[in-house]
Design a protein around this ligand. Structure first.
Ligand code: SF4
Length: 220
């Protein structure tokens, strides 16, 4: 195999670890997380800044071997922004081919059209509190289906009001499941729950299970 062919089969990986899925539909399932290095965004509340630059180049074969070694059925490909590395699309397909239940966590700033349809896509909608709301790629919304989820991380009452209006403006509630999550230690989870109930908003409230269990530590 030529050197260039070898390179196209590699991804820069920040960490691969085994934990409980802390968010979205597969919450609570033992899951292998494959965290890809790099992200073009800089959200104010980012809890994975350590993944912006650090990482090792691994072949797809090595990544798949590491994933298999944990013996879990669920795999979550995350970042950083995993789609910033084009070979992520091949990894997702190979994981599906291997029979894993695969989810992808993505910022919502990049095109999701080429993601394997067997993957459950968890797509962020960046609120003003993230300081990255200008990056939301509205073209992604029409691609969303029953397997997918849109996630709003709410930083304040202003963010909540913005998110409520955004749902309406883009007709999102009927497209896929909508998750509202309080930004960790920035807004009261109880307050957010009460706002949702008072407004009869058709969204799913969620807390980040891994942070309740282990706090804000990498690799969990
Ligand atoms: S998209 Fe995710 S990884 Fe990138 S800066 Fe925002 S929170 Fe951090």
């Amino acid at each position: 195999m030529s050197v260039s062919a070898v390179k196209t089969e590699r991804l820069r990986i920040n960490e691969i670890f085994h934990s409980l899925q802390g968010e979205a539909d597969a919450v609570g399932y033992p899951t292998v997380f494959v965290r890809l290095t790099g992200c073009p965004l800089r959200c104010r509340y980012c809890d994975t800044e350590y993944a912006f630059h650090a990482g090792d180049w691994l072949s797809l074969e090595d990544i798949l071997d590491r994933v298999h070694s944990f013996g879990a059925h669920h795999v979550c490909v995350t970042g950083g922004e995993p789609l910033a590395q084009p070979n992520c699309l091949t990894l997702l397909r190979r994981l599906c081919d291997a029979g894993f239940e695969v989810s992808l966590e993505t910022s919502g700033a990049l095109d999701i059209a080429a993601v394997d349809p067997r993957v459950s896509r968890v797509v962020d909608v960046k609120t003003p509190g993230s300081n990255e709301s200008a990056r939301n790629r509205v073209e992604n919304f029409e691609r969303l289906g029953a397997r997918d989820q849109l996630k709003f991380v709410i930083c304040s009452r202003e963010d909540y009001d913005w998110s409520k209006a955004y749902l309406e403006e883009h007709g999102l509630a009927g497209r896929c499941r909508i998750l509202f999550s309080p930004s960790y230690q920035q807004v009261s989870p109880t307050a957010l729950a009460e706002w949702i109930l008072a407004d009869r908003l058709p969204v799913r409230f969620q807390l980040q299970l891994h942070k309740i269990l282990w706090g804000d530590v990498p690799g969990k």
